[in-house]
Structures are given as structure tokens and as C-alpha cells.
Design a protein around this ligand. Structure first.
Ligand code: G6P
Length: 366
């Protein structure tokens, strides 16, 4: 085992550091050498798609929420995301022009497989995104996008989350190319940006590592934690909260920052740290003012923001710095410090980050 860990003290930490390589391998399979969208690689008639439904569980569901945003923004298609265990027992509506994207790292999650069956009943075409060649989902789907993150041993998903987002972004680019919703030059620019992603993530890991360790100290006597974000930062906040609760057992909620005043703000006090994923543009401004409300109520605030973000520094007790990079790459970079934060909180509590209690890597029973 020591050899497989390659000097890291856990699989989770090793897998966090493998993220640049996971992205490089995944993107190499999905984009051309110049970052061109590859409409053929998906093997489905993308021009006929009128609507997209994403089904998934856990971390893959959070990736799906980001996928919805990319597909709507780039390809102009209506997209929705459902938790697979809900979708399978709903009476889903659709037709042959509905593209059902089922995301599952293991490819064996029973609820996601059942959600595919439910979509089959209305004639939906199914695209699976999975990290496991030959898994059950690859046999159930009409087409497969492989994330090439390599085996993930830690129960809490890390590198496969980033790889799933990359696959969804490549899908959104391919849909946009097939539907001609964006000028070719623009698509190429985005594709090239994606190819630069592994280096940016590498940088994000280096930047966040010392700060995440420091931030973990703020959780020493935490009763709970709130993770806030808006727009694309919201799914990242959900994933950050999931990571923390999975491995450190600190009750944590991810919430849209603007919705906090409708309930969760009642939780806030000195023992409920607030982790704010600021994002960019107008939503960054809005999130900052939501976070001020929590500062006023005594919460220790940790902000995930660009290294040069003076407002975030002033407002928060601690900045988890991320490389300054806007546009489509933000969510990847904001995720990294939250993974490391959860990791250090759990380690400080003496917990086994790779094998959290009550959880399984793949859930093949209902
Ligand atoms: C389990 C794992 C999670 C994972 C979820 C979905 O709960 O512990 O890390 O996100 O299943 O798994 P899948 O293999 O379908 O992505």
C-alpha cells in the first residue's frame, strides 16, 4: 500500500494531487489537439437534441448542476438535473429528442442505472459519463464519454469530480458546435482555455495547500458549517459541504448565498464557520454582501477568492486563494481549496479520510 500511495499519507490527498493529470487525460480523449470540439466523438446525433436531462447521485449530481449551466450557456438548450433516486420513481416526461446524460464514476450505481431505464420508457437517448470502462452503465447507454481520471480509491470523490465537469464542458462545446450557437472562433477559444486547465489546477493546489491547513483550525470547535455560493459557485459550495460532512462528520450545508436569509442564517454564530465561494462579476458582489451578514453575526468567514481580491481579504478571517482566472475555468479552481479544507479538518480530528464511516465507494443496492 505504501508504494501505491507514492509518498502521500492517504489516497484522497494523492488523488487531489492527481487532478491535473486526470484532466489532461480526460480532455485529450474529448477535444482535438487545438482544443476543437469533437462532435463525432460522442456518437449521437447532437443536432437533433432539443432538451437535456442529467441524472446522477452524490458528487456526480453536483457535476451535473455545472453541466446544466454549461449546456444552457453554450448550446442554448434547456437542461435540467435530477437526483437519480428521485428521477427513477418520478414519471419523467420526454421524447426521442431528449438527451439523457447519466453521470456515474463507478458506472455501477443502482439508482443511476434505474434512472436510465425510466428515461428509456419515453424513448430518450442516453449518454453515460463514467470513469469505469466496461461498467454496467456503459452497457445500458447508447453512447459513452469516458473520464480518464484513473482509479479512485478514496471514498470521497475528488479527481473524478473535476474530470466529470471537464467531460460535461466538452459535451456542451460539442452541442454548441453541432447547433452552431456560437461562432467557431469563440468555441475554439474556449476549447483552448480548457486545454490550459491542468496547469491552472496545478497552480490552485499549490496556492491553496498552506491556507487550507490554516483554515482547518477554525473548525476545531465547529458545530456546523455553511458553504455559500451563487451561480456556478453554488454547485461548488454544495460539493464543498458534501466533502466536509463525508469525511469530517461536521454537519455542513451548501446553500445559494441569496437564500441564506430564508433559514440557514439562524444557524450562524461563532461556532458555525461560513465558507464563501465568491465567484466573479455581479454574483461576486452579491455574495460579498450576503457574507457581510454572517460576519455581523460573529461567524468565522473563509473566502475562496482570487489571490488579489482585497474585499475578500478584508471581509474574511482567512482567504483560500485561487488563481485569478475567469470564465469557464472558475469552478475547477474553486473546488480544489474546498477538497483540501475538508481533508485537513478530518485529519485534525484524527479521522480516516479514505474510509469514512457508513459510506461506500459504489452503491450497488438501493
Ligand atoms: C457514493 C460515493 C460518492 C459518489 C456517489 C455516486 O455515495 O461515496 O462519492 O459521488 O456514490 O457514485 P457514482 O459512482 O455513481 O458516481
Amino acid at each position: 500500500e505504501a508504494v501505491e500511495l507514492g509518498g502521500f499519507e492517504s489516497y484522497m490527498l494523492k488523488e487531489i494531487h492527481e487532478q491535473p493529470a486526470a484532466l489532461r487525460a480526460t480532455l485529450a480523449g474529448l477535444l482535438g489537439p487545438e482544443g476543437e470540439a469533437d462532435t463525432g466523438a460522442i456518437g449521437l446525433p447532437l443536432r437533433e437534441v432539443r432538451r437535456v436531462v442529467v441524472v446522477a447521485c452524490g458528487t456526480a449530481y453536483h457535476a451535473g448542476l455545472l453541466g446544466k449551466a454549461y449546456i444552457e450557456r453554450l448550446a442554448g438548450l434547456p437542461a435540467e438535473v435530477s437526483v437519480a433516486s428521485e428521477y427513477r420513481y418520478s414519471e419523467p416526461v420526454g421524447d426521442g429528442d431528449t438527451l439523457v446524460v447519466a453521470i456515474s464514476q463507478s458506472g455501477e450505481t443502482i439508482d443511476t442505472l434505474a434512472a436510465i431505464q425510466a428515461a428509456r420508457r419515453f424513448g430518450g437517448r442516453v449518454l453515460a459519463i463514467t470513469n469505469t470502462r466496461g461498467s454496467l452503465i456503459t452497457r445500458e447507454a447508447d453512447a459513452v464519454l469516458l473520464t480518464s481520471a484513473g482509479p479512485e480509491i478514496g471514498v470521497a470523490a475528488t479527481k473524478t469530480f473535476l474530470a466529470q465537469i471537464a467531460a460535461l464542458q466538452a459535451l456542451a462545446l460539442a452541442l454548441a458546435a453541432a447547433r452552431k450557437t456560437l461562432p467557431e472562433g469563440e468555441l475554439l477559444r474556449m476549447g483552448r482555455g480548457l486545454r490550459r486547465l491542468p496547469e491552472r489546477v496545478e497552480e490552485a493546489i499549490g496556492l491553496a495547500a498552506p491556507a487550507a491547513r490554516q483554515a482547518a483550525a477554525l473548525f476545531e470547535s465547529a458545530r456546523c458549517a455553511l458553504f455559500l455560493g451563487r451561480g456556478p459557485a453554488y454547485p461548488v459550495a454544495l460539493e464543498g459541504a458534501l466533502k466536509l460532512k463525508e469525511i469530517s462528520y461536521v454537519p455542513a450545508e451548501g446553500y445559494p448565498a441569496g437564500e441564506m436569509k430564508h433559514g440557514p442564517i439562524a444557524l450562524v454564530d461563532e461556532r458555525c464557520p461560513v465558507v464563501a465561494v465568491l465567484g466573479e462579476g455581479l454574483l461576486r458582489e452579491k455574495t460579498l454582501s450576503n457574507v457581510e451578514e454572517t460576519v455581523a453575526r460573529g461567524a468565522p468567514v473563509i473566502a475562496v477568492a482570487g489571490t488579489g481580491d482585497g474585499d475578500a481579504r478584508r471581509l474574511s478571517g482567512l482567504l483560500l486563494p485561487v488563481p485569478e482566472e475567469g470564465g469557464l475555468l472558475g469552478p475547477y479552481l474553486w473546488t480544489v481549496p474546498l477538497q483540501l479544507l475538508a481533508y485537513h479538518v478530518a485529519r485534525a480530528r484524527g479521522l480516516d479520510v479514505d474510509k469514512p464511516r457508513n459510506l461506500a465507494k459504489s452503491v450497488t443496492v438501493e
